[in-house]
Write a protein that binds this ligand. Structure first.
Ligand code: SAH
Length: 585
């Protein structure tokens, strides 16, 4: 039970909100003198929320305290409801969690204040990976938080997030060590090991195999090879065994998926230990070795050859083999939105903190630099150099790093995603020595959508995109002008709303008037036109004008120009394109 103690009108109002939200968890104590109310609540409840100053609460509680194990958790909320302070029993009494819950419930900017040390549940920065971690996690966590040197010992370059500069290969002398490996290691007192998802166990089985037989075999194979089960990313077998209960149960117990492959594909894999039995049964001379190598992908290495289970009293029903995957780097192509911080999506923010390398145009990097983890490597370049940025982003990912390639708006709209993915494809650059990936790409690629300029501008203008619309870039640097002209003419003829990106620069002044003239052949001079410069940035400027009155001088490279269709109207200062099914005039 949570006791709610309040002495003032504001405190009682806040207490009432908690009581209404948690009718079964709370009891109110706001009758009579506050000292007596606190004393009663202290006796009755295992947690207290006091709507009182911390000083007053400390003095009221002092004579009542018995000890850490017995005292309730206590949270104080100030008169204005701005802070929920975990005052007593942060961990044991649950006050830290309660402060967070109270802050969330009171809302309106109420902040939970927690002053106890972080629980050692994960090493900061690495907890987002979800990889198993073993050993002295608390000691390593503490050292990372305190800025003490931590030596990082990784078997390979895995796409880890950025770690602060005191965590690294140069901290050789440090006795606090973080290993990243699938190998079993003797760990010293201040060492922890992070298990990358590097191993795939191929399994073959006769019908009716028992889960214990499979698990025992896998465990022995890993043990003898000095490998950790924490690094097993998947079990793999042939399609014909996809429903084999013993294999499914083994995968579930290990907490990994069971991946299956067609026999024909497995038959084509070059393995050290082919045999006639599986060829007759399922159509491939190797299940365990071939499935392990196939699931582990290009560059995989077979660490444990096929071995059989060895039950004492009957023939073996399971085989297994272990392969190690080559680490795959990660390339996130991240749209940052039009400029304002609150138009950056939470997913984009997460990816920026997931990266150890950020690649982008200097002005976009400046937009988000404060969000990057300390230790993030930033490769920025000036205007132009697009291909080079795409190339270096892909090269960093191929080297195994976690890379975020950033661009304004949506990174796929007139931006970096296209050259980057072209570069990441099998035709781009050297694909490494690992052979062909089935998907043709040797890195993991993730796209994060962003609010593109056309949408940011549309929201400011009203609803200009209420019916069919297109975007056209007027930059003829990469596209011949005849092509652009043809597209604008098609948009004009089909009465599409058009948003022009890259409409006009100091050197390119003729394109916008020409494009507008093409549109004017099919829509009236009074057609609404929205001109939006620097949407969502401090210098934002919005102008609603018409096709006849638009002054191209008001347009620059930081602007998009949206031209309505023949039904677009200005309504109360807003640009509105009616939806098709109720055509109004
Ligand atoms: N990837 C970007 C577009 C890059 S092309 C996006 O999705 O928004 C660059 C052009 O985008 C600029 O010339 C301008 O026309 C437009 N643009 C980008 N940001 C803008 C903003 N905040 N306000 C208005 N136009 C913008």
């Amino acid at each position: 039970m949570i006791g709610l103690v309040a002495a003032t009108a504001a405190g009682s109002a806040a207490a009432r909100r908690l009581a209404d939200a948690w009718p079964d968890r709370t009891r109110r104590y706001d009758e009579g003198p506050v000292r007596a109310a606190v004393a009663r609540a202290f006796e009755d409840c295992d947690q207290l929320v006091c709507f009182l100053a911390t000083g007053a609460t400390v003095r009221l509680l002092a004579p009542l305290l018995r000890g850490k194990a017995a005292d309730p958790g206590v949270v104080c909320v100030d008169e204005a409801g701005r802070f929920a302070v975990a005052l007593l029993g942060g961990h044991g009494g649950g006050a830290n969690d309660l402060a967070a819950e109270v802050a969330e419930l009171l809302g309106d900017g109420c902040t939970a204040v927690v002053t106890t040390a972080t629980d050692a549940v994960g090493i900061p920065g690495l907890d987002s990976l979800g990889w198993p971690v073993e050993g002295a996690v608390a000691a390593v966590t503490r050292a990372v938080l305190d800025g003490a040197p931590v030596a990082l010992r990784a078997d390979a370059t895995w796409p880890l997030p950025a770690l602060p500069p005191h965590v690294g290969v140069r901290g050789v002398a440090a006795d606090v060590r973080l290993h990243v490996t699938d190998r079993r290691l003797p760990l010293a007192a201040r060492e922890a090991v992070l298990r990358p998802p590097s191993l795939v166990v191929g399994v073959g089985a006769s019908r009716g195999v028992g889960v214990e037989e499979v698990l025992g075999l896998v465990s022995d194979a890993l043990d003898e090879a000095g490998l950790s089960p924490g690094s097993v990313a998947a079990l793999a077998t042939v399609d014909a065994k996809a429903g084999e209960p013993g294999l499914l149960a083994a995968a579930e117990r290990l907490g990994v998926p069971l991946r299956t492959f067609p026999a024909a594909g497995l038959a084509a894999v070059d393995v050290p230990t082919p045999s006639a039995a599986p060829l007759a049964a399922v159509g491939t001379p190797s299940v365990a070795e071939a499935a392990a190598l196939t699931a582990a992908g290009p560059g995989a290495e077979l660490l444990v050859r096929k071995r059989k289970s060895a039950p004492a009293d009957r023939p073996a029903m399971a085989t297994c083999a272990v392969a190690r995957r080559r680490p795959r780097g990660r390339l996130a192509v991240v749209g940052l939105g039009p400029g304002a911080r609150d138009l950056l999506t939470p997913r984009a923010r997460t990816e920026l903190r997931r990266a150890s390398v950020v690649v982008g145009l200097d002005q976009y990097v400046a937009q988000i630099r404060d969000l990057l983890r300390p230790g993030t490597r930033v490769l920025e370049s000036g205007l132009g150099a697009e291909e080079e940025r795409a190339r270096s982003a892909v090269a960093e990912a191929r080297a195994g790093h976690a890379v975020a390639l950033v661009g304004s708006g949506d990174a796929g709209v007139y931006a970096m995603a296209a050259p980057a993915l072209a570069e990441a494809g099998p035709a781009g650059g050297s694909a490494g020595s690992g052979g062909a990936d089935p998907r043709g790409v040797d890195i993991d690629v993730v796209g994060v959508p962003g609010v593109t300029a056309a949408l940011a501008a549309a929201a400011l203008l009203g609803a200009p995109l209420g019916h069919d619309h297109v975007s056209v870039s007027l930059s003829d640097l990469h596209t011949p002008w005849e092509v652009i002209e043809r597209r604008v003419r098609a948009a004009a003829e089909s009465d599409l709303v058009v948003t022009f990106y890259n409409p006009r620069s100091r050197a390119r002044t003729r394109q916008l008037p020409e494009a507008l003239a093409l549109l004017a052949k099919h829509r009236g001079p009074a057609t609404p036109v929205g001109v939006v410069r620097s949407a969502s940035r401090p210098e934002e400027h919005v102008l609603l004008t018409t096709l006849a009155e638009l002054d191209p001088e008001t347009v620059d490279m930081m602007t998009v120009v949206t031209v309505g269709n023949s039904a677009t109207r200005e309504i109360a200062g807003r640009m509105v394109t009616p939806r098709g099914y109720r055509w109004q005039t």
